[in-house]
Design a protein around this ligand. Sequence first.
Ligand SMILES: C[S@@+](CC[C@H](N)C(=O)[O-])C[C@H]1O[C@@H](n2cnc3c(N)ncnc32)[C@H](O)[C@@H]1O
Length: 430
Amino acid sequence: MTEEVPKKQIPAEENRFEVTSEMSLEIPFEVTSRAVCDLQFSELIPCIDRNLIYQLRLKPNLTLMEHYERHCPPPERRYNCLIPPPLDYKIPIRWPESRDEVWKANISHTHLAQEKSDQNWMVVNGDKINFPGGGTHFHDGADKYIVALSRKKNRKFHMDLAIWLNPACTNKMLKFPVDKFNNGGNIRNVLDVGCGVASFGAYLLSHHVIALSLAPNDVHENQIQFALERGIPSTLGILGTKRLTYPSRSFELAHCSRCRIDWLQRDGILFLELDRLLRPGGYFVYTSPEAYAQDPENRRIWNAMSDLLKRMCWKVAAKKEQSVVWAKPLTNSCYLKRDPQTQPPLCDSDDDPDASWNVSMKACISRYSAKVHKEKGSGLAPWPQRLTTAPPRLEEIGVSPEEFQEDTVRKTKVLKIDSNYIENEGEENK
Ligand SMILES: C[S@@+](CC[C@H](N)C(=O)[O-])C[C@H]1O[C@@H](n2cnc3c(N)ncnc32)[C@H](O)[C@@H]1O
């Protein structure tokens, strides 16, 4: 179906999108028509709308970044219309070209190009916006930065990295495929906190690593819009007061390159949220002046961060140049050895670390289940075997490996039917 692009601003009532009988496939409810919203709403994100915060006189705590969190309109303030594309909208450029260029008309906000011109985030180039891959700490491109994080020349860093990327690998690091950021499929899910236009995540894709890039709609407005237009997995979000909406132990590695987050605030609550999200033995790659600058203020912050993370049982796995890498423990052993008065405390046993929808962050350590503790890790198969191997945590919610396999076989059949159908439809429509 080709979309009708409105060429001028039309009052919502006159601008209706008719659903015809050819379109109405099997919609389980009756739809006749939907109004198209006014063009001024072409970038509306219903629950992340700063105007709404002012209009409803909500008083979010600005210091805690609550104003960048979700605030949904009450039913009477919701729009019941289709969001129109911006004027002159073009069908997006396809992947992989989209990693490096998008149509300017689709997101006509060029402020970041000027503001970050020295860091090569993005460049306006006629009717396109180009993304040279730069970032605050990787002006020369995220690709080189990723290689530098595990390069061979940097022997000490490389060896440390080999060891902590694979806890089983102690003396055998030379046999380890360290050039690959994905560590033989053991690093697959990455969380890039404060991602900018998500170039780090974009360049990890060729390493078979999926980064979920996360940033709010703050002074760097439209950053996530650019990331999505480029085809990079990303979402609007903030480390503020609410848990990120992922269950515990979701990511093998978190990354922050100059994300400007005050990690020491509120008894380390933001670090504790990262800790909840990281898998056993998960890593945090931190590239920021606090990790390398020698001035007294950065030294003070570094010392306080190191002290906090030590109390959380994280260990420095590697530290070189601009970056430090911490690893969280594989088991509960270190937590159990702490003096019971040590801060931050362990979470109460009735806290569900997987509850994440609209749940306030908690300044406590989510300990592992008895199974994870005993098995010293999440026991996940490396990617891509992970796709078809039952993840051990399923057993904790009562799904056996056999049920997982049955489900996998069923899904594979459905996918085959679907792809046959798509191929046949494609042939018929030629
Ligand atoms: C200086 S930019 C760095 C961007 C990118 N990491 C790079 O290296 O180019 C800081 C980023 O952190 C984001 N940010 C700031 N505070 C944040 C928070 N509390 N949670 C998530 N992102 C945050 C900003 O929106 C922005 O994307």
